[in-house]
Design a protein around this ligand. Sequence first.
Ligand code: GCU
Length: 382
Amino acid sequence: MQTRSAFLLLAMIASCHGEEDLKLPDPLTDAQGKRVTSAEEWKKEVRPRTLEFFRSQVYGRSPAAPAMDKASSSFTPREMPGDSKVTMTDCLLKFPAPKGELQIKVCLVEPKAAGKPVPLFILINNRSPDLATVDPPNEFWPAAEIAKRGYATAILHVAEIDPDKNEGFKDGVHALFDSAPRQPDSWGTIAAWAWGASRVIDGLAGRAGIDPAKIAVVGHSRGGKAALWCGAEDERVALAISNESGCTGAALSKRISGETVAVINKAFPHWFCENYKRYDGKEQDLPVDQHQLLGLIAPRLVYVASAAGDDWADPRGEFLSCVHAGPVYRLHGGAGLENETMPEPGGHLHGGRIGYHIRPGTHNLTLVDWREFMKFADGKWK
Ligand code: GCU
């Protein structure tokens, strides 16, 4: 018993020590090292610099948005098997590109007869491309349940934008938009997916029945990294939702817990820009950390979800990122997290502009997660 208490005490000291040691950049400090004191100053002095750092050193630079070719894009309604309360539409969005045309297939599910425009959840799908059609529906995208709760939802498979392969950036949007040679800050695959979600917003925000002021972009794991980057880059995103996005998503890199920068760059060399590899094993040299990525979304809504058994994504690091993004939200006059005590598995914090929950169990996007996202959105939007 004594040994066990001594061990617990040591473990507590070790973990507290770890967090005290965590030297994070101040999300409110400008280039001269001066702390800004107003939201206007932050927007002018800090936000562009922070965004530029993430662009040039982490995710890479995405091309300017092409104007959608509205005349040749199409929206084809289809029966939702066995469900008369929702409608399904196959959308084909077309965009001119320097080397051809980008065509994006998206499946949209909407509540029938909602009576007013509804919010939209766009899922960046990094799982099977047939999730839009499987019967029974998969929890990863419970479209009918989402629609019955009064939301529209669209699913974008990542390969519509850029296949998740390390093949030298020869296919997907790279083949259509990139000019050779690649630069150290050329966009990687995660940035391409984020940019792709923005093209879905181009296609759907103007649709009758969709409320363009209430668009959420959701992603799980690698898709969650992309959802957060989309929220940072595209101010039309009213709510960015990261489900267990971990390293270079919501989790703090400087904690060096779970997956690290060197490990992710080695396993997935195509996800980020070439410059990011400079920080392999050198997280302390990163002038930013991921709480500043969340801060870039302020004062818009951001949501971070963790799973208790998902050590690879570092749940504690994901939570602390929310805590340390708090000053940016407070500067804008609202709360970040409702409070700064990490909930027990099964708990959530939905009171502030930053939402958080931690689900018992392992790495996945489940109905439990979706119900939490919708509860949070209900509280903000209904
Ligand atoms: C790997 C990778 C993670 C990623 C995850 C996923 O585990 O290391 O960074 O989030 O795949 O996308 O499921």
